[in-house]
Design a protein around this ligand. Sequence first.
Ligand SMILES: [Zn+2]
Length: 311
Amino acid sequence: MKPKQFLYLFLPFLLLGACAVTSKRSTPITQGNPTEFETLDLSEKGPIRFQKILAADWVAERNGLIHLKDPKAVAANLEPGKEPIQIYFYVIDHPKFGRYIIDTGMSSGFRKPQEEWPVPGFISSRMNGDKLKTKITIQEWLAKDPKKVEGAFLTHMHMDHIFGSLDLPAGTPLITGPGESADSRFIHLFVQSATDRILGENISLSELKFDTKDGKTTRILDYFGDKSFYVIYVPGHTAGSLAFLIKSTNGSQLVLGDTCHTKWGWENQVPPGEYTKDREANIESLNYLKQISLKFPKIQVHPGHQSIGDK
Ligand SMILES: [Zn+2]
């Protein structure tokens, strides 16, 4: 491509200084009952069979995962470097509403040699691709435990949370938080086409609505309306980040997404570092999730990329 053509092609993005995470557009959906924090009741076990699946082992930069300038990180002498992390997806089997997953793990494409992965080479080398070790793909997992996936909730649309999308049957709804697919950041100029490719041709993107009433935005939706599965709006890491509170047969589970990537970040209440878009909003959302865990101390917490205990 000639430099002039290149300039014309990218001029709109250069002017805006950013572009959306994906060029695919989502349909707003209204689902679930708005719920107040004060009315949450987790005293009884719920009907959902909850499974956390380790999809891949990986490493990432500590200064992306944890805000190293936070006084608590400074006091703990945390230094920049590589941090071992994992990629997970979660399976929600509801006796009445069927199977949903949260995030999409890995797709079969990642079983191929790295040069054939469904991400461009310059991205896989930048993201420590040589350290990304797939444990199980969505296709392999569904072959072992077959059941229709009614939909996949995305904690957010960063690539490591949608890597498995191509393994889902065509048309499986992907459900995001408000403004997530249009979330703009300069970096997206480089990753938009990769994100589109990972999502595949046949996706259906839905965006959950969280209404604002009297200047107050709903934070929690009782998704099925039976108080078993709550979707929590936690903007900050990305515009439409979501967390999930699940009343399972094994007790209550809190899936944080990348509002907090690491065990250390959760235990010390320190937000992510450079991987987060809006740190102030991320801190507010992290504090909100912490409040839930303090109200229900028995809750099992699942940070975005590490585990607490052996759960
Ligand atoms: Zn992530």
